[in-house]
Design a protein around this ligand. Sequence first.
Ligand SMILES: [Zn+2]
Ligand SMILES: [Zn+2]
Length: 140
Amino acid sequence: MSEKDTITGVKPCPFCGQADISVRSETIPVLGGTGDLQEVTIYQVCCKTCNAEGPSLMVKTTAKHAESEAAVLEQWNQRLGRHKDAPPNLKNCPFCGEQPEVLRDPEPAPILVEIFCSDCGATGPANDKDDLMVLWNKRA
Ligand SMILES: [Zn+2]
Ligand SMILES: [Zn+2]
């Protein structure tokens, strides 16, 4: 492993405990306040092991890549989830401490498709085999 490929000072995933993470950036058009389309870049840290995603960061496309990457990693590293009371069956977001939302696909039968935090943009681990709530509540 070369030093360039390693992201130093990064905490492991709060769900699965693995440190195999990557930073994703994507440039998308959004509607600006004056009704015109503007391009922004979304940064998000992803766990390659369990597919969880950390808080998302939206920056101007002119922002420096290295600085944005450092900022989103800082959000990934923040762990405020333990400071608040957990809701009855779902633990709070491990990153920002807010209560997560549950997204269900209504057709054909209501199935749980995603658990996400609308506050910071994080989404829980995802795979086909396990209960998403169990995966979300798992804390490494
Ligand atoms: Zn993970
Ligand atoms: Zn959150």
